[in-house]
Design a binder for this molecule. Sequence first.
Ligand code: UT7
Length: 386
Amino acid sequence: MKYAHIVGWGSYRPDKILTNNDLARMVDTSDEWIFTRTGIRERRIASERETTATLAFEAAARALVVADMHPSQVDLIIVATSTPEYIFPATASRVQDYLGATRAGAFDLSAACSGFVYGLSMAAQSIQSGAVRNAVVIGAETMSRVLDWEDRGTCILFGDGAGAVVLKGSSIPGGVLASTLRSDGSGGDMLSLPAVYHNPMPMLGPEYLRNGHQKNTVAMNGRQVFRFATQVVADSIEETVLKAGLTMDEVALIVPHQANVRIIETAAKRLRVPVERFYMNVESMGNTSAASIPIALCDAVSEGRLRPDDNVVFVGFGGGLTWAASVLKWDVTPPEVSLPRREWRRARYIVARTRSKLKKWRRKIIDTVAGSPTPNARMRDADKKQ
Ligand code: UT7
């Protein structure tokens, strides 16, 4: 029997901070309204040079340092995101290239704010089945690029960032113990983000899109999502803890999707668990969708909230509708990685980038010699930007 243990974790948050007071200068809102309704004070915003893939890469690289693992040992990379730069190539493939994870399969996973828990469960099962030995699961978002900055009902909630974990197969019992994944597509319109080619009024033809009627921004019915979330968070935690053969008293920490303090407080009440057992960093990060749980996990670890052998629960909910929970035993103490070794690790990503560029040049030369068209100009420009 194989067990999938978390052996590395890392997060990345962009430098730029957008406070509630900054938002109050953009839309009709206030720090007081946002903080009392959501618990959010500020969020991070990606710079022009940053993309979901670069945020994901930074988080994954940090997680691999903690795991003391070479990228070539990674068999699978899953990026949970709702804000990929491209439908394809997958963000995960770009991360694979940036890392130089030459032996990894890579794909994106779309389950909105539940995506990280879905990805964790998929990766753990791949390890448990023996199909892969090691996997990197990343939640990464640039939500700021898909918000309507004139809609005060949504733009105040979200932020950018990325978090990652490294999962490793082991014969030692522990790691991911149980997961529950659920969906209710009938509630899809409660929280949505149209794809670029989606025409919501097909009877009016493509002209409708050309006239600028389409909005590729997040739309949400806040009250309905709030009601849905308060129901599913408590239920899915309870169900998964039971599946893992544990009781709520044996759970040391719950790391929920960071959407709203009031949702978390309501779930704590329903479960009759002290709210202190829920980790929260929504105040400083806002809602980073699929990235929120792994970022919160990293903060919890650095604040000493997790000790070896603690049972921890991750719970996510969001668009789809989707919701998911995982229970795991936190049983691996990271090795001490010395500073020179850390720096050496960073250097190999420069080697990976150089190797990637050489491969592109080689293809270009072959194209020129063979007389076929040059590669996709958009991708080339994106590469130049980074
Ligand atoms: O990852 C999952 C993502 N989504 C969520 O987690 C969202 C869950 N829902 C929520 O967190 C809450 O529903 C919100 C924070 C979005 C809204 O809080 P609420 O207590 O449900 O407010 P509401 O939508 O019922 O609106 C109350 C009032 C309305 O004014 P009227 O109609 O009572 O005059 C809104 O127009 O607050 C107004 N309002 C605002 N006022 C100041 C809505 N947004 C704002 C705002 N600033 N940003």
